[in-house]
Design a protein. Sequence first.
Length: 201
Amino acid sequence: MFTGLVEATGALRARDERGSGYELSIATTLGPLEIGESIAVNGACLTVTRTKPGLFMADISRETCERTTLGRAPLGATLNLERSLHFGDRLGGHLVSGHVDGVARVTACILVGTSLDVTIAFPPELSEYIAPKGSVVLDGVSLTVNRVSGGELSVMLIPHTLAVTNLKALEPETLLNLEVDLLARYVVNSLRVQRSEQGHA
């Protein structure tokens, strides 16, 4: 589990084919890292398989490439990184699984003072899990939804978030990994099961 609070950024140094997937090489100051530990990379939970000074490697499957932006990110791309939550740690964002639900697309960025109001189109099948004042994760960053309308949501990025994450580089057509709120998922799925049981009663 993660919190959606980015600890550091890294840079994609290589993406090499490995069997049915790829090995990512990521440069970062996040270390020291241990083999087998989980790292959220732009919101996707990956396992550290190898390390070198200032560098760690993680494998991704072709499915992960298709469901996230990690298969298409250019070499040199800045990546948001977060180590997994330890029992007893302070939960500063919200509970994040690191399982990306879909790829969202930035449609507008408007500067409001020193903050950035960003509008994002999300996959329609996720609409029932997204609500105003609810939480979403975008490229591994825990954010509060300000507005939802017509298949789009908006978030406000404060100067701190812009300073410590890769979201500072957002522009229209940028693709982002999106994970919906876990609590929203459980509530919606529970209600769906209840309705189904009532329909068969």
